[in-house]
Design a protein around this ligand. Structure first.
Ligand code: SF4
Length: 416
């Protein structure tokens, strides 16, 4: 009987993808979803905050108690930050770095404890896709980041930006499109840096993708303001571009942006957002609240500015300390209850803006539905607003075109 491997994944979507890469490379082992009866537990760890480190450590300790015979292997970002200590303290049997993922089948054959951290320049040969229903696919097109935001540990554990080869990406998309996938979402650690190491660009990739038969709508996971150049702006009217863009600002106070060592500033962000919105786009952003130094004055200014931006979506994060980052030593820290209140204030502002936007955009909505339950299907329109559609027909993975939606504060609804 083959030995059994259980994968435990912490953290972001990229880590979920990396687990899939490892799973696809296991040839001489069986996968199991029962951690208590596995011979190996591969912990694909996250190290983005101190809290993430503790969750990984607690999980490893609990598994050592509950399934003491299993060999625990540490993989993922935590290998690069905490791997050495955990290995030396004999908390794990083995440690592998990102570049060793694809060798997992061989690595597990080690009889002796091992520490194979590898390097941070490697890019996997496997491009992973993840599917939502039968028609939307996430494609990871690059890895790593060249930015050095003060609060972020990612470049230290995932390395600098490097892109997958264009031909491999296009080949994969062609295959998926011919199997009925119509919407593609491009992802990565810092997706907008795609191509800079291969003398190409995101705009060129998008144009080539759009020429593939069956590709109907393309979204980009996230972009940085400085990555949006003229070549990219020229694509805004293309019918295959989703009418929603996620552009990571992280803050709207210039003092805070400087403290965070960001490359954007409010004035240019303001112009960019208004330019894109005027072309019919909904706009989302990432925003960190409660970073050290965010005093009441900066916060009040930042929120005045948020109100001036044509934003429709936000991923708001409460700052959480990460050792070995510049921000970890910064003062004054912001109390948790204040950060929580700011988080609430920000999300309430954007929710109201989103409602106003949806009220103005009730016509010609193109919705790609996912699987449904009891005749109710959920999907996203081109503006990345969720729509629930009631129907007696089986509409799973179908596109529907709506000209009449009921707009409530919580979301859009329609019956077809
Ligand atoms: S852009 Fe900044 S926050 Fe994002 S991964 Fe790079 S360093 Fe981290």
């Amino acid at each position: 009987m083959q030995k059994k491997v259980y994968f435990k994944t912490f953290g972001c979507r990229t880590n979920q993808f990396d687990t899939q890469v490892m799973m696809s490379k296991l040839k001489d082992y069986d996968l199991t979803d029962d951690e208590m009866n596995s011979d190996f537990i591969v912990v694909n760890s996250c190290t983005v905050t101190n809290g993430a480190d503790s969750s990984v450590r607690n999980y490893i300790s609990s598994m050592k108690r509950k399934n003491p015979d299993a060999k625990v292997i540490l993989a993922g970002c935590g290998s690069h930050s905490k791997g050495e200590t955990l290995f030396e303290d004999k908390k794990v049997f083995g440690v592998i770095g990102h570049s060793e993922k694809e060798n997992i089948n061989t690595v597990l054959k080690n009889e002796e404890p091992f520490y194979q951290i590898g390097d941070l320049e490697h890019i996997d040969s496997t491009i992973v896709e993840e599917f939502v229903g039968k028609s939307r696919a996430f494609i990871k097109i690059q890895e790593g980041c060249d930015f050095r935001c003060s609060y972020c540990i990612i470049p230290a554990v995932r390395g600098d930006a490097r892109s997958h080869k264009e031909e491999t990406i296009l080949e994969q998309i062609t295959k998926l499109a011919s199997n009925g996938f119509g919407e593609f979402i491009l992802t990565g650690t810092n997706v907008g840096s795609y191509g800079q190491d291969h003398n190409t660009s995101m705009a060129k990739l998008l144009k080539k993708m759009s020429m593939i038969r069956g590709v109907r709508r393309i979204r980009i996971g996230s972009l940085e303001p400085i990555q949006i150049d003229d070549e990219f702006m020229e694509l805004l009217d293309e019918p295959w571009m989703a009418r929603h863009m996620h552009i990571a600002l992280q803050h709207t106070s210039d003092k805070m942006l400087k403290i965070m060592n960001r490359r954007n500033e409010y004035k240019t962000d303001f112009d960019l957002f208004h330019k894109i919105a005027s072309r019919g786009y909904a706009l989302g952003t990432d925003y960190i609240v409660g970073h050290p130094g965010e005093d009441d004055v900066e916060w009040a200014l930042a929120m005045e500015r948020v109100k001036e931006l044509p934003l429709t979506h936000v991923h708001a994060f409460s700052y959480s300390k990460r050792d070995n980052t510049a921000s970890a030593a910064m003062k004054p820290e912001i109390r948790g209850n204040i950060a929580k209140e700011r988080h609430r204030e920000l999300t309430a502002i954007i929710k109201a803006k989103n409602f106003a936007f949806r009220r103005e955009h009730t016509q010609a909505l193109e919705v790609l539905l996912e699987n449904g339950n009891n005749g109710v299907y959920h999907g996203f329109d081109q503006y990345f607003n969720k729509v629930s559609v009631q129907s007696d027909e089986d509409l799973s993975s179908n596109w529907v075109f709506l000209n009449d939606v009921e707009v409530t504060y919580e979301g859009n609804k329609a019956t077809v």
